[in-house]
Write a protein that binds this ligand. Sequence first.
Ligand SMILES: O=c1ccn([C@@H]2O[C@H](COP(=O)(O)O)[C@@H](O)[C@H]2O)c(=O)[nH]1
Length: 270
Amino acid sequence: MASSQDPFQNSQDQSSQDQSFKAQIADQIAGDRRDHQDRIIVPLDAPTLEEAIALVDQISAVRFWKVGLELFVSTGATILAELKARQKRIFLDLKFHDIPNTMAGACRAAGRYGVDLLTVHATAGKEALVAANAAAQDGAAAAGSPPPRVIAVTVLTSISPRTLAFELKVPLELPDFALQMALLAQDSGLSGVVCSPQEAAHLRQVCGDRFLLVCPGVRPTWASANDQRRVMTPAEALRAGASYLVIGRPITAAPNPAEAFARICEEAAA
Ligand SMILES: O=c1ccn([C@@H]2O[C@H](COP(=O)(O)O)[C@@H](O)[C@H]2O)c(=O)[nH]1
């Protein structure tokens, strides 16, 4: 009978321990990759329903899609039904910005669609944000849909500190203004904000772990920044505390979008 003194048994034990350790690490890496895959939201910035659906079916690994102004204005709610039929999560990014009554009406209607995330602009002010959030929840409840998480845009990621100061004449430094907008959103009862990953670490520290930080302006080193002005890489953005990354053109405009998405998931998990 083999005992623990048996060197052969020991080496067998060692080898099976090594195997199981390697299997655990491999499982963890696969789990991390799946986790990162779920934290990347891809914008469906396409002009037609057909092109949007083709993209969704081409990158089947993407589980969370963003429908923005271009596609929603072009297709209406049809695209939302198509995504749901494919069991995808939906970020409806219509960035409402209006007086409280109009924001509430739009959010009530959007809440009926059963989307996961919905955007408004923080600069609409507290009364509008509170009304928008309440109406989105009412709309969802009335339709029997799951409640959307309403999040507010702090400062668009295409705005540079220079533009904020000299065109928009905002007298605060950009990170301070973004922080004020995030605090306004939090104080208004919203679930989180859209911010640049460059502000994520500070907002995470001030607003806490449960506040959603959804970050566009994310670019792998091999991709162009396009019109984004405050960018970070996927791994940097996650390290800074982003809850979700919104990454569009580096994936959707790549020669092989599925391959670009897989590469970004790998890099984010690294
Ligand atoms: O501050 C913001 C708010 C929203 N967006 C939206 O995110 C995507 C980014 O697309 P890329 O191709 O990765 O630049 C796009 O749909 C924007 O409308 C943002 O970029 N910045």
